[in-house]
Design a protein around this ligand. Sequence first.
Ligand code: SF4
Length: 317
Amino acid sequence: MKRDSFKTTLSYRDFRSDQTNDWCAGCGDHGILRALQKALAELGLARDQTAIFGGIGCSGKTPYYLNTFGIHTLHGRVLSFAAGAKLANPALNVIAVGGDGDGLSIGGGHFLNSGRRNLDMLYIMFNNGVYGLTKGQPAPTLRVGERTKSMTHSNIQGYLNPVSLALMSGYTWIGRGYAYDVPALAALMSAAMQHPGMAFLDVLQPCPKYNDLHTKDWYANKLYSLQEDGYQALVTVDTDAAAARHIFNQAMARAQEWDERIAVGVFLHDVSRPDFQTQLHAMQSAYSDRPPNRQPVTDASGRCMVDISPLLEELKV
Ligand code: SF4
C-alpha cells in the first residue's frame, strides 16, 4: 500500500461496524477482527481508504464487522475479487480474508497465482483446520491421522502448509500470527499492509466449537517469535543470491515446525522485486496514469465512455 502523508486520528473503535457479531464466544476470529481494527487505526487510515473482501465461511463475515468498504464474495474466489479492485483503484488498501478451507482447497489456484503476480495487497488466512461454518469437516491444514470432536473418523487426506505454499508461490511478504495475541497480530498486519507487494499472513485461529485438538492450551507452550529468536527475513536488491537462498531455506524449515514448537512472526520480507503495478506502469503508463476508478465508465444511457485509444497507441508494434 502506498501511503500518503495524511493520517487520521481514528481509534480502533471507529473501525467497528454496527452489525451483530454471531461468531461463537471464545473464537479466535474475534482476536483477528480486533487486530485488524487496531492496525488500521494505528496506520492512520481513513475508513474509505480500505476495502476488505471476505470468502465463504465463518471468516467470510469479517467485512460486515469492519467499518470500511466491505464485500462478501464467493467460495474460493476472494483473491480474484480483491485483485480486480486493486487493479481498478491502485490507491486502495485492499485486504482479502478467508479460511484455510476456502483458500487452499477450492481457492488453491488463486492462492498460488496471487503470489507470483505480486499485486500490492494483503491476504489473511484464518487457519483453524476445520470448516467451521459447515460443522467441522477437516480442512486442508489438518494433519493426516488427526481427528477432532466433529469428525467420525480420522483425517485420511494429507495436509497443506500455507506458509510453505506461499514461499513457493512467490509472495514477497510472509508472516504467521496467533489470533489470541492481538498486539503482536496487529503489528504483523500493519507491516504487511505497508509492504509494497503481495503479503500473506497465516493466522493460527483456534475454533473452540469444532477443533478440540488445536486449542489455546495446545498452543500455549509451543509458539515462539522468529524475530526474538534472531531470525532475519529481509531481502533487498543488495542481497546476494546465496544469502537470499539461505533466507528462503530457513523460512521453509521454520514453516514446517509444528509438534514441538511453532514459529510466529515474519518469515520473508522481500523488497527486491517490483510489484505488479510498478511493472505495468513501465509497460503501459496510460493505465496507471488514468486507472479505471478515475474514469467515467458509462454515459447516462449506459454506453461505455472509456477511451482506450491511448492504451492501444502504446500497444502498437
Ligand atoms: Fe469460530 Fe469455529 Fe464458531 Fe466458526 S464455528 S465462529 S470458526 S468457533
